[in-house]
Design a protein around this ligand. Structure first.
Ligand code: NAP
Length: 318
């Protein structure tokens, strides 16, 4: 095996990847974290995380991830950013990751590449992305001060972000395809008591139109078949996510929706490749779960290194 082969490569710099990196560097295991563009994953888009223990007043996703990043910096985790699509291939016992400027060889890989917002594929979506259409209320809400905005979706993300937008916009119209939200009860309660929030139930946005920027959304009521043209300045899409696993097709087993299938040790169908956090086929997509899975995957990777004779027996406990 060539000398430059790393012990572990972590793919993705959100809470799962940063936690895996923290554990591995602290255990003095030769580790590199590869992150597309900026570190942080989707968590950085959350305006306020209230269910991560240790922060009684809540903490913004950006600050939480910044603190995780400071912690891995302290233990010397090497982070490399890349911008174009990567490839992962198996070369005998080694996993080879091809990036735009070369390749990284590693004995073990922890996939923490997360998910990306799902696109709806409706007319106007591509044209107006960045010109009124956004997938990140936390980033763009201040641009819509005193304006009317629309949020599409009925899950936790849609409701959480609609509440955040209500701090800036004059009115937030939440468009949901059913007559009941999917979001957690506590978010639903807040949504129903937010005076700036209006609901369009059983409704689907079919087209977005405008000039230079978004001007209106065509909304179809799937119960009455009525079509309404709703004037809005901004539209925020929260219709779920797709896993970032293009580079894993035909490499490891994925479930029918593209998430990585693992065993209880978070090991994928390929020995030595682990998955943690949102990219894994787990039920509970939460920052705390991603962080915990990052720790578990790091333990799995250490045991794998031991099994191939690279490391001392892993006793756990650090
Ligand atoms: P989600 O829970 O999958 O909800 C997606 C929403 O979009 C659903 O309401 C769905 O409608 C709707 N939808 C899907 N496809 C659509 C389409 N083509 N047209 C119109 N509407 C469509 O996604 P999410 O809200 O992004 O949350 C993802 C995960 O992260 C969840 O596990 C969530 O609990 C977690 N999360 C947690 C927090 C928190 O704890 N505070 C915050 C954000 C996210 P239906 O309801 O009809 O299916």
């Amino acid at each position: 095996m060539p000398e430059q082969t790393r012990d572990v490569a972590i793919i993705g710099g959100g809470p799962a990847g940063l936690t895996a990196g923290l554990y591995l560097c602290r255990a003095k295991i030769d580790t590199i974290l590869l992150e597309q563009q900026l570190t942080g994953g989707q968590a950085v888009n959350s305006p306020l995380i209230e269910n991560y223990p240790g922060f009684p007043e809540g903490i913004s996703g950006a600050e939480l991830v910044e603190r995780m990043k400071a912690q891995v910096d302290r233990f010397g985790l090497e982070i490399k950013t890349f911008s174009k699509a990567m490839k992962l291939v198996l070369d005998d016992q080694v996993k080879v990751i091809s990036l735009e400027d070369g390749e990284i060889r590693a004995r073990s890989v922890i996939v923490t590449s997360g998910r990306s917002p799902r696109k709806m594929g409706i007319p106007g979506e591509d044209t107006y992305t960045g010109r009124g259409i956004s997938y990140c209320a936390t980033c763009d809400a201040p641009l819509f001060k005193d304006k009317v905005v629309m949020v599409i979706g009925g899950g936790d993300a849609a409701v959480e972000e609609a509440l955040h937008l209500a701090r800036f916009a004059s009115k937030v119209i939440l468009v949901h395809r059913r007559d009941q939200l999917r979001a957690s009860d506590y978010l639903q309660e807040r949504a129903h008591s937010e005076p700036k929030l209006e609901f369009m139930w059983n409704s689907e946005v079919t087209e977005i139109t405008g000039g230079d920027v978004v001007k209106s959304a065509s909304v179809f009521n799937n119960v009455t078949s009525e079509r309404t043209e709703v004037p809005v300045s901004g539209i925020f899409f929260y219709v779920g996510n797709v896993p970032n696993t293009d580079f894993l097709v035909d490499v490891v087993e994925l479930d029918e929706t593209g998430y990585v299938v693992t065993d209880n040790n978070l090991e994928s169908s390929v020995p030595g490749i682990f998955a943690a956090g949102d990219v894994r086929a787990n039920r509970f997509k939460q920052v705390i779960v991603a962080a915990a899975e990052g720790a578990l995957a790091s333990a799995g990777a250490q045991r794998f290194l031991e099994s191939v004779g690279v490391r001392q027996a892993y006793e756990g406990g650090h």
